[in-house]
Write a protein that binds this ligand. Sequence first.
Ligand code: GLU
Ligand code: ZN
Length: 284
Amino acid sequence: MIFRTRFAPSPTGPLHLGHAYSALLAHDMATAEGGAFHLRIDDIDQSRARTEWEALIFEDLNWLGLSWPEPAWRQSSRVPRYREALETLWDQGLLYPCTCSRADIRAASSAPQEGAPLHGPDGIVYPGTCRPHTPPNGPMPDTALRLDMSQALARLSAPLTFDETGAGPGGESGNITPEGMPHLVGDVALARPGMGASYHLSIVIDDSDQDITHVIRGQDLFAATQIHVLLQRLLGLPTPIYHHHRLIRDDTGKRLAKRDDARSLATYRDAGKTPSDIRAMVGL
Ligand code: GLU
Ligand code: ZN
């Protein structure tokens, strides 16, 4: 069996125990299957990515004893490829430009008649302010671009499902309910101004171009997977097998975040912990 997986951290802060668990688990699963483990730097958001954090990712993973084929892919060098995929969706009439700021979106979704703003995998569900009645034509603009979710779903000819060997946060499997997506996910942004492509688009293209067969990642990304599978269908790309794993929590049960510097791998390393201590701490 061919098994190619990847660990795709964003260089926006120090890696913590949750990242260590994800990377070690992916590496262990690949090793057990005689497969490959790739490192990919998710630095598409150049406003938040820092080279210092990227350097620390390499240092931390090397320290943990992990290795991967060099050079690691970096999203910032693949923007033309993402734009090409966006053009495909644009030509299909599935994208439209959006000029709303975050504040506009918040204001439109908290209008009294709307009730409490609905949160989806991307934060507040976009209220559709800029959605045109007929698909825009002409050249694709260099603005934020959103996917017309209802139109996109209408193009599907087969049920939207994926193979899940882990589980979602509530024990979910890989059955997607497309009828709920326009309301619960909404018109997601696939390109943002100053950022060639959004996270959703870039990782879907990368996973396909890198022939990733197994995506192993935290349950916090389970809700985004329906978007990824939809994009794979629209772009004619294969859907990998997904394995969403448990999240590492602190003593109070809260999920670890990048800002929890106290629990960063570098802090544990500096305090004299060993890679086997880290494995024990995350239950591997
Ligand atoms: N870069 C993403 C993150 O740090 C992970 C992307 C993925 O595994 O799909 O959360
Ligand atoms: Zn808009």
